[in-house]
Design a protein around this ligand. Structure first.
Ligand SMILES: [Zn+2]
Length: 119
């Protein structure tokens, strides 16, 4: 039962984080828009503007990546596949999930995948 409670807590955390990320992404979009508007002016430092735009883009993309990971985890929680190994369909240990909350594989499958990648 404590495993389920842990998942419930994780779900709450993920939903909270998702909200934060969505806010950050929309504010970085806002910034991007502001920069584009400035771009239409005459006496502007174009180098600074493209630098800024790049920064906003990089910031936003990292957040979008994280958002994707979180949405994926939430989807797995909702359909009951969270904490189940993609490979062998066994339960992933609670300890492992505490360290790697977004992992798709149990320890054995993960090390198998890693060793096959090295070959
Ligand atoms: Zn496995």
């Amino acid at each position: 039962m404590s495993q389920e409670k842990g998942i419930l807590n994780l779900k709450k955390k993920l939903i909270k984080r998702r909200e934060e990320l969505q806010k950050m992404i929309s504010s970085s979009k806002e910034k991007e828009r502001n920069i584009s508007e400035v771009d239409r002016g005459d006496d502007i430092d174009r180098a600074t503007i493209s630098e800024n735009r790049e920064m906003v883009f990089i910031m936003g993309s990292r957040e979008r990546e994280e958002l994707k990971t979180i949405e994926e985890a939430l989807r797995r929680i909702n359909n009951g596949t969270y904490g189940i190994c993609d490979e062998c369909e066994k339960k992933i240990s609670k300890k492992r999930l505490e360290i790697l909350p977004f992992t798709h594989y149990c320890r054995d499958c993960q090390s198998e995948i890693e060793s096959s990648l090295k070959k």
